[in-house]
Design a protein around this ligand. Sequence first.
Ligand code: SAM
Length: 318
Amino acid sequence: STEKSKQTADTVADSSPRLGTDKQRDETPSKKKFCFKAAKEHNIPEDLNKILENKVMETVSDLYYVNMSVVEMACLDGADGEGIVSKSVSSHSDLIPGVYEGGLKIWECTFDLIDYFSEAEIQFTNKTVLDLGCGAGLLGIVALRGKAANVHFQDYNSTVIDEITLPNAVANCMKAGNRMGSGDDKKTSKPPLKRPRKAECLPDVLTKCRFFSGEWSEVSQLLLSSNKPFSKYDLILTSETIYNPEYYGALHDALAQLLDKNGRVYLASKAHYFGVGGGIYLFEKFIEEKNVFRTRIVKIIDKGLQRCIMEMAFKDSS
Ligand code: SAM
């Protein structure tokens, strides 16, 4: 049933003309020059009902997510650097380079990582967690369910945070049906009968969350220089974020700056991203050369295009 749910999510994500066809499934979101988008923290709006207005929610693996094929959206470079434009885009490559980084669909390695968390019994209780390059934010939401102390979400695109990540976090924090922490309804791959009723959030759950958009080095700076208290992350979760070797430096440095000295990174990726050239082995080599982290491939998924889960820790960590 998990497999079915995954397929459903893929179908949902990929069936949209805006989000690409099967052929484009493994295309990477950004191929060209990348711009260093400033970082911003997104406040959680007071009126939580507003966040879910006009959203159609689906479920996968017992998690709510915004149906992105219904979100009339393309992140194009508007006057303010980003905007929601209901213009039909047939593939990612139609998007202006450096503006959209792929957060509008749920990428399959997200599900690999969710499966790995349960297989390996990764504990989130009382941990400080970052979902890096979060898109839909399902990894962070799973950590929230696992009773993490704090979960921060980061995506390159502020529109993705506002229209996808935040609504998903809110929907999954609902009191209705006791969503948070309920283990029921694993098989649901159909849309729920209705939207989660009222946005009565478990306040303590949402107050554990913070949301950021912007480029990795900028977000890292923002977190470290902010006057809000910040403690480094016990766990950094990241899926399908190493497709472009041009970003490896920024990613490596953000991980090095934000991970607690005894923390762990769980990274899920395809072995190779055709077209852009990134992939797990290239990233592994890059990390080795930097000599800051040790890495370990903890799982290989050999169905179709090979995919992997990598664990990273500081070389001098316990
Ligand atoms: N983790 C999500 C998933 O598995 O569905 C989204 C994966 S999407 C292919 C890549 C994500 O990494 C996007 O959310 C994008 O915003 C983020 N990202 C990629 N390069 C980035 C960069 N240089 N700085 C900040 N975020 C970046």
